[in-house]
Design a protein around this ligand. Structure first.
Ligand SMILES: *Cc1c(COP(=O)(O)O)cnc(C)c1O
Length: 464
């Protein structure tokens, strides 16, 4: 009996085949050769098994292709029709065009990141951003780090390393993922001193908690939950005054922290950064990619003294942002200098402020084409729904919206049919994401402006 290994093709032979060339074109010779060698080695090892079947060249190449395709990770744009505008799993805010252009300009070129063009000497990375944040928020100084979680850690680590920080029991929140206030405090090197009760905390509770070990006072904006009923919390201005009475810094973590009054767009009220600064906070932290509508970043504004101390902390270097983030952030903040046109230019605000009537008429216009794409297996209707702001911002307040509701036709298994459709939509080149409720796939139209984006995808799924 001849040894079957003799009949396995060699790596070179497979590389020279037509399919081999196609793979080399797509993945490069080095990777294709390595995966083919792995496939051959697996086949050789499997030969000991009694039911072993010699794989053909085609099978080996097909397996090589699947391995390479599976190992081809992509970060791609998706069409977010989930109804959650600032979806953390989908990368939160979409940048305005000016910010995309700014990123592009600095990405492939040297920049004046830390170079002062005026003097020709070394400059400060935060300078341009600080300038803008001072003008917009009224704070004396500002800096920026990688995200708001990093901002909170950096502030605590700067002012309270090895010391006590009293926080209201009603504010010891978890902000999704793994950001839990008590854990962040421990990891920042400070000791949490719990104050008051879950539903009620008074100024006198804070006063009683202050000792010679107290480093600072902190307030956390409980952005993702609300306590209702018999509640009481201490106003920022009162906490700031108390902190200053004891010569302590006072920090408020706003989380989302908007720079404009959202009620002017018919949206629920969210505390602004300007209000926090005016209330006397020495340090205010907030996210760049939540309501602000910019790139992922953690912004810190406050007194010149506090910001200076933060900048002196060596951890600042470990948490600093890169030139692309800075470029995007500066471009977004510049839009805030002309608040009257902000809603036209900032995608996050445009989505949030879009009226229910506008979404409805958009939906009525696209519905027939959508229904056409889905027939005969599925049918589509326009239904009223609620969008969420997302990222823990204003979680209680939902925005009235309209969605295309897709349901399966003539099937015993409507649920499975909808799940399968949702899966096919997820596998498109530009995946389309909705949400499934009661055997229906809902595509919230609040975040859709160009019908072709949806129609092209639906057609591809239908023919594919
Ligand atoms: C979202 C949030 C954070 C974390 O901000 P990231 O930018 O996601 O790191 C911290 N504190 C509060 C109150 C938040 O809402």
């Amino acid at each position: 009996m001849s040894h079957p290994a003799k009949h396995l093709p060699g790596v070179d032979q497979l590389l020279r085949s037509q399919q081999g060339h196609v793979l080399i074109e797509a993945f490069g010779r080095t990777r294709v050769a390595r995966v083919i060698a792995e496939q051959l080695s697996v086949a050789r090892q499997a030969m000991a098994a009694p039911e072993f079947e010699l794989p053909s060249a085609d099978v080996l190449l097909a397996n090589t292709r699947s391995v390479l395709c599976a190992a081809n990770p992509v970060l791609t744009a998706v069409l977010n029709l989930t109804g959650t505008i600032l979806h953390t799993n989908l990368g939160r805010a979409s940048l305005p065009q000016v910010a995309i252009d700014a990123v592009q300009r600095v990405a492939g070129n040297p920049t004046n990141l830390e170079f002062d063009l005026e003097t020709g000497k070394r400059g400060d990375r935060d300078q341009a951003l600080e300038h803008l944040l001072k003008e917009i928020t009224g704070a004396e100084a500002a800096t920026v780090v990688n995200n708001n979680a990093a901002a909170v850690m950096l502030v605590l680590n700067t002012f309270a390393l090895g010391r006590d920080v009293p926080v209201s029991r009603g504010e010891l929140v978890e902000i999704g993922g793994s950001f839990r206030v008590p854990e962040i405090m421990t990891r920042s090197g400070c000791r949490l001193v719990e104050v008051g009760a879950t539903n009620r905390t008074r100024l006198s509770d804070f006063k009683a908690a202050i000792t010679d070990q107290t480093a600072m006072l902190m307030k956390v904006h409980t952005s993702n939950y609300q306590i209702q009923g018999f509640t009481e919390s201490v106003a920022e201005s009162d906490l700031a005054a108390l902190a200053h009475e004891f010569d302590l810094p006072f920090m408020t973590d706003l989380g989302s922290g908007t720079l404009v009054n959202l009620t002017q767009y018919g949206l629920p009220r969210e505390p602004t950064v300007q209000e926090a600064v005016q209330s006397g906070a020495d340090i205010v932290t907030f996210s760049g990619d939540k309501l602000l509508g910019g790139p992922q970043a953690g912004l810190i504004v406050g007194s010149a003294k506090a910001i200076d101390a933060i900048k002196q902390n060596p951890m600042k270097r470990a948490l600093r942002v890169d030139k692309m983030t800075l470029a995007a952030l500066i471009a977004v903040l510049k839009l805030y200098l002309t608040p009257e046109t902000l809603v036209e230019h900032l995608p996050t605000l445009r989505d949030l402020a879009r009226s229910d009537a506008d979404i409805k008429s958009f939906g009525e216009a696209v519905l027939p084409a959508v229904a056409d794409c889905l027939a005969p297996d599925f049918e589509a209707g326009l239904v009223s729904t609620k969008s969420q702001i997302g990222s823990g911002a204003l979680p209680i307040d939902l925005l009235p919206s309209w969605a295309i509701a897709i349901s399966a036709r003539d099937t015993e298994h409507p649920n499975e049919a909808i799940m399968a459709l949702a899966s096919r939509l997820r596998h498109l080149d530009t995946p389309i994401l909705g949400r499934i409720t009661a055997s229906q796939l809902l595509l919230d139209l609040r975040t859709l402006y160009q019908p072709e984006l949806l129609l092209t995808g639906l057609k591809a799924v239908h023919t594919g």
